[in-house]
Ligand binder design. Structure first.
Ligand SMILES: Nc1ncnc2c1ncn2[C@@H]1O[C@H](COP(=O)(O)OP(=O)(O)OP(=O)(O)O)[C@@H](O)[C@H]1O
Ligand SMILES: [Mg+2]
Length: 184
């Protein structure tokens, strides 16, 4: 899995290992930035937002931060990860301008862009469907299983049975592979 200049989404139930994997990824990118909503990324280059629930203020803060630190920054980091992205990019709502720009232009900007949420239904579908890599931990819900089965035949059926901290990586060609837990 080569995440350079790629867009990716990390999904999975509570406690399945998403944030831990994000930390592992960030360690491989010394030039990084993480949108650290829950103040979990101690020791990483992080932006801790003041506003943490969907609304005018949180979207404005996100747009300002992303424009200043990434889009309009010539020395922008090589990777940007938004944990708890469903708070800012929920399904059936237009993407915030900065996220739209990142999702459309990440390659042009020369960055990797990753989003994290628990369930696919919580997240704007463009962030999943336009991602180069979809990384999925344990998911048990019938709708989630069906969602990923319709995405790639048989994929959803694998998700309830994934062992602890294991994950599936779906690549650009929608081939997938099971990975063992990362070690921080
Ligand atoms: N690969 C791993 N090896 C060992 N422990 C792990 C691993 N991944 C996660 N854990 C442990 O499991 C717990 C939950 O992990 P993590 O915070 O990464 O989950 P999450 O998917 O981000 O959960 P949430 O949906 O609540 O944000 C943590 O205590 C973490 O240390
Ligand atoms: Mg987490």
């Amino acid at each position: 899995m080569d995440l350079r200049n790629k867009r990716f989404a990390i999904l999975g139930l509570q406690g399945s290992g998403k944030t831990t994997l994000a930390k592992w990824i960030l360690k491989n990118f010394p030039s990084h930035l993480v949108y650290d909503v829950l103040k979990e990324y101690v020791g990483f280059n992080r932006y801790i937002p003041k506003w943490r629930q969907y609304g005018l203020q949180s979207l404005e803060e996100l747009n300002l931060a992303a424009n200043k630190l990434i889009i309009g920054n010539e020395k922008r980091p090589a990777i940007f990860i938004m944990d708890e992205a469903n708070r800012y990019c929920p399904s059936k709502r237009p993407l915030p301008d900065a996220v739209l720009a990142l999702n459309d232009w990440s390659r042009h900007l020369g960055i990797s862009f990753g989003v994290i949420a628990r369930r696919p239904v919580q997240l704007n579908t463009d962030l999943i469907e336009l991602a180069h890599y979809i990384i999925i931990f344990n998911l048990k819900g019938k709708n989630d299983v069906e969602y990923f089965n319709s995405f790639v035949s048989g994929l959803g059926d694998q998700l309830p049975n994934l062992p602890k901290y294991h994950f599936i990586v779906v690549d650009e060609h929608r081939n997938y592979e099971i990975y063992a837990p990362v070690r921080l």
